[in-house]
Unconditional design. Structure first.
Length: 364
């Protein structure tokens, strides 16, 4: 605007000079006046375009920030919904362990408990919210430069969608195929109708190796979905906090959007643990165990299963807030990882559930 004012004043000065110098030909003065006017018109247009473009950029930037906020809200929903998927898997895995180790006898099944239904009949799905991500994709051709990196990270995070759809579908198909097989048994419909537990049903669960195969089949399908859900949960927590920092929000972050346990509590779980019950199966991280002893460490508030300084597995605190009557929130602190879940007790006991048998450890 200052430049425009300067040029306007300059134009008036030139015009007045023409009036004071009559000897200057009319043609010459008219030419300079025309050039000046043309210059002023062009400059005005350019300035108007610049201001319009700047306003558009500012508005688009605000729109992009608002869309990031929607992504953040979607992530909060994803984290919340991951609670039951992960908890259900751990509960199912614990029951699977009891079945495989023959800890459930005839008396257990004769009592009429329907725990077996939770194990091989029920299933859950993990659906993630994508409204914000879809809106971001619509804006991909005009991403503000300062947000280009966060856009790339968000886009990369949502590559999970095809695999998630496949694992959800696979888990559902496995459950329904087992349900169809169970209905072929003579006891299934009769027991369901009369609400009874027949001897035939008890025999199927106690003495039938095929039942154990079905249990393992379900847990394998559930493990695929849980692994992807756990991975997305951790990435969603990181992304939520990164967006918060970028946008400069100072609002209090929801309590479940973290995988860090308070240091004053975590420090009590750091140390060496000795195996006291159970056997390490094929899928247990034996590489991190020496002479039946494993070590738990902490660095930058994050806990680890440690082999040495370079080789360690991060343990993420499962700060669950969504409760369920089939698998209620545990009183102990549970950590999740890509090698299993770790449940720490106040008395120094550690229970580890992996893809194989559960094991119990005692702090040394």
């Amino acid at each position: 605007m200052l430049l425009l004012k300067f040029l306007t004043n300059r134009f008036k000065s030139i015009k007045n000079s023409f009036k004071k110098e009559p000897e200057i030909s009319f043609t010459r003065s008219t030419f300079f006046l025309a050039i000046t006017e043309l210059f002023m018109v062009v400059l005005g247009i350019l300035l108007a375009l610049y201001i319009d473009r700047w306003n558009t950029a500012q508005n688009f930037e605000k729109q992009f920030e608002a869309t990031l906020r929607i992504v953040q809200q979607n992530l909060e929903s994803d984290i919340y919904n991951s609670d039951n998927v992960i908890a259900h898997y751990h509960s199912r895995d614990s029951m699977r362990h009891d079945v495989m180790m023959n800890k459930l006898d005839r008396k257990y099944y004769e009592s009429g408990t329907n725990s077996w239904q939770k194990l091989i009949v029920f299933y859950n799905q993990y659906e993630i919210a994508t409204e914000g991500y879809t809106l971001l994709l619509d804006m991909k051709d005009e991403i503000p430069k300062k947000y280009s990196e966060i856009f790339k990270k968000v886009k990369k995070m949502y590559r999970i969608i095809p695999n998630l759809d496949e694992y959800n579908k696979n888990f559902k198909n496995v459950i329904w195929s087992i349900h169809d097989e169970l209905t072929l048994g003579k006891w299934f419909w009769l027991d369901s109708y009369y609400g009874e537990t027949s001897n035939a049903q008890v025999e199927f669960f106690v003495d039938n190796a095929y039942y154990k195969s079905l249990v393992q089949k379900v847990v394998n399908a559930s493990a695929l979905l849980e692994g992807l859900t756990r991975s997305h949960r951790i990435k969603a927590i990181d992304m939520y906090n990164e967006i918060n920092n970028i946008l400069g929000y100072e609002e209090e972050i929801p309590e479940n959007i973290t995988y860090i346990l308070n240091d004053t509590i975590s420090i009590n779980y750091v140390g060496k643990y000795k195996l006291v019950d159970g056997e390490m199966g094929t899928w247990f991280p034996k590489y991190y165990v020496e002479n039946s002893v494993l070590e738990i460490g902490i660095r930058d508030s994050l806990m680890f299963l440690i082999k040495d300084e370079k080789q360690k597995v991060p343990l993420y605190y499962f700060n669950r807030v969504k409760d369920h009557h089939y698998y209620p929130i545990k009183k102990n602190h549970v950590f999740i990882s890509n090698v299993g879940y770790f449940e720490f007790y106040k008395n120094g006991k550690l229970r580890i559930g992996a893809a194989g048998p559960e094991t119990i450890w005692q702090k040394q």
